[in-house]
Design a protein around this ligand. Structure first.
Ligand code: HAM
Length: 440
C-alpha cells in the first residue's frame, strides 16, 4: 500500500502543535481579569464574613486519596483523572476537586483538636478529563467552602445561604435543587430497591445505563439517556427510605431555608457524582428567568459525615461543603450582560518626547506610583497626539508632558485634560501639586 503523504510542511505541523492550547484548557487574558477579580473578591469577602479561613492546597496528591473518597466506580475517578507515575514511581493525580484534600488536611494537621466546626475555603484550579464544551473544561476553577466537625443542620442551611448571597451580589438569580441521601445503610437498601426496579426495564436501557445498573445504580437517576425520563417517573424515591434522624435533619434544613427566603426545589433524583455524600445534597442552577446556553449546575455540595473516619480520622466527624464553578458563573454573568470596565481607569497619564524625557520618565512614573497616585504611560509611543489620545481613552484627569527642554530645566508640563489648560511646574514638586489638584 502506498504510504500516506501529507502536503503540510513537517516544520509547520510541529509549530501548530506547540502553538495551540491543550483541548479543554484556557488562557485567562488581561481583558478578563476585572470580572475574575470581582468574582474572587465577593467569594473571599463572604468566606471571611462567615468565619471561613483560607486554605491553599497542592495541585498534586496521591492517586488513591481520590479513589478512596470520590469512589473508584465514579466517572471522575474512572475516566477523568489526570493521573501518572512521577519520576520516583509514585502514583499521583492532579486534583479533580478539593474535598478529598480538605479531609486529608483536616486529619494530617490535627484540626480535630481545634474548636469545631473548622471552616475552610479555597479558590483554585481543578482538573478533569471531561468532554469539553461551553462551560465545561479540563482545567476549571472552583470556589469551595467546607465546614468540618459538626452535623448540625444549621450549617447546611447557612452554607446554602452564603452561596445564595454570592450569586445575588453578582447579579444572578439562582435556585437550589436539594435532596437527602440518608445514611450509608439506608442508601444501600434503597439502591437494592432501585436496581430491582430498573432491572425490569433492562432491555430498554442504553449500554451506558446498563453499566450503571451494575456499577453505580444511583447514577441512573441523573442519566440523560433517551427514554430515561419516562422510566424514572415511577422509580422509588430515596426520601421514602430515609431513617428518622436523616428525615428530621432534612426537614430542619428546609425549615431554615424557608425562613431565610432562599429559592429551592426538592429534587428526589438528585444524587451527585461523588460517593462520599450522605444526608443533604444540593446543586445550584440559574433560575429560569436568567436563561443560559449552558444549563449546567453552577455549583454543588452536600454532607460527607463519614469521610473523615473512613480516611482514618479518629472520631465520627460531621462535615458539609460545596464548590462553585467559576467559569460557569462568569459565563452566566456575561450572558446576562453584566459588564465590567475592561481597562483600569487612571488619574494621571505621563507623556514624553525624546529619549532623555523617556529616561527621566521612568523616575517620574516611580515617584507617582510610590505616592499611590494611579498613573499610566505609553513609553512605546512617539507622538504627543497618540499619547494624549491614550490618556483620554484611559480617563486620565491630568496629563504630564516632559520634553527635551523640560528635562534640561527640571520642569514638567501639567495639563488639565478637561479644559486643556497647561502649567509648567518644578518637577520636584509635581507629585504634591498633582495630588492637591486631584483632590479638588
Ligand atoms: P462537583 O459537582 O463535581 O462537586 O463540582 C462543583 C462545580 O464545579 C460544578 O457544579 C461546576 O460548576 C464546576 N465544574 C465541575 N466540573 C467542571 C468542568 N469540567 N468544567 C467547568 N466547571 C466544572 C465537587 O467538586 C465537590 N467537591 C463539591 C463539594 C465540596 N462537596 C462537598 N464539599
Amino acid at each position: 500500500m502506498p504510504k500516506k503523504t501529507s502536503n503540510k510542511d513537517p516544520e509547520e505541523v510541529k509549530k501548530t502543535k506547540i502553538q495551540t492550547l491543550l483541548r479543554g484548557f484556557r488562557d485567562i487574558l488581561p481583558e478578563e481579569q476585572a470580572i475574575w477579580d470581582r468574582v474572587e473578591e465577593v467569594a473571599a469577602r463572604l468566606s471571611n464574613d462567615y468565619s471561613y479561613g483560607r486554605i491553599r492546597l497542592p495541585i498534586l496528591e496521591k492517586r488513591n486519596l481520590f479513589e478512596r473518597t470520590i469512589g473508584k466506580g465514579t466517572d471522575i475517578v474512572e475516566k477523568e483523572l489526570f493521573a501518572f507515575e512521577d519520576q520516583g514511581g509514585d502514583k499521583v493525580a492532579m486534583r479533580p476537586e478539593a474535598t478529598a484534600q480538605i479531609a486529608r488536611a483536616y486529619i494530617e494537621h490535627g484540626m480535630i483538636n481545634k474548636p469545631q466546626p473548622v471552616k475552610l475555603w479555597y479558590f483554585g484550579p481543578m482538573f478533569r478529563y471531561d468532554r469539553p464544551q461551553a462551560g465545561r473544561y479540563r482545567q476549571f476553577w472552583q470556589w469551595g467552602l467546607e465546614a468540618l466537625g459538626s452535623d448540625d443542620s444549621i450549617l447546611d442551611a447557612q452554607l446554602i445561604l452564603i452561596i445564595d448571597r454570592f450569586f445575588k451580589e453578582l447579579g444572578l438569580n439562582v435556585v437550589f435543587k436539594i435532596n437527602s441521601l440518608g445514611t450509608v445503610e439506608t442508601r444501600r437498601e434503597y439502591v437494592m430497591e432501585l436496581v430491582s426496579y430498573f432491572k425490569q426495564f433492562r432491555k430498554k436501557l442504553s449500554e451506558v445505563d446498563k453499566k450503571r445498573l451494575t456499577k453505580n445504580p444511583l447514577r441512573l437517576l441523573d442519566s440523560k439517556e433517551e427514554g430515561m425520563a419516562e422510566l424514572k417517573v415511577d422509580a422509588p424515591q430515596i426520601v421514602d427510605w430515609l431513617d428518622d434522624d436523616s428525615k428530621q435533619h432534612f426537614m430542619k434544613v428546609i425549615e431554615y431555608l424557608d425562613e431565610a427566603d432562599v429559592a429551592y426545589e426538592l429534587d428526589p433524583f438528585l444524587v451527585r457524582g461523588l460517593d462520599y455524600y450522605n444526608r443533604t445534597v444540593f446543586e445550584v442552577v440559574l433560575a429560569s428567568d436568567d436563561n443560559s446556553v449552558a444549563q449546567n449546575a453552577l455549583g454543588g455540595g452536600g454532607r460527607y459525615d463519614d469521610l473523615i473516619p473512613q480516611l482514618g480520622g479518629r472520631e465520627e466527624v460531621g462535615a458539609i461543603g460545596a464548590a462553585i464553578g467559576i467559569e460557569r458563573v462568569i459565563l452566566a454573568m456575561k450572558e446576562k450582560g453584566i459588564e465590567f470596565p475592561k481597562q483600569r481607569k487612571v488619574d494621571v497619564f505621563f507623556c514624553q518626547l525624546g529619549d532623555a524625557a523617556r529616561r527621566k520618565g521612568l523616575l517620574v512614573f516611580e515617584e507617582f506610583r510610590k505616592a499611590s497616585v494611579s498613573i499610566a504611560e505609553a513609553f512605546g509611543k512617539g507622538s504627543l497626539k497618540a499619547q494624549l489620545e491614550a490618556a483620554d481613552k484611559q480617563g486620565a484627569k491630568i496629563a504630564l508632558i516632559l520634553g527635551q527642554k523640560e528635562v534640561l530645566d527640571e520642569t514638567i508640563i501639567v495639563r488639565d485634560m478637561d479644559s486643556g489648560a497647561q502649567e509648567i511646574v518644578d518637577v520636584k514638586k509635581v507629585v504634591e501639586m498633582v495630588k492637591k489638584q486631584l483632590q479638588k
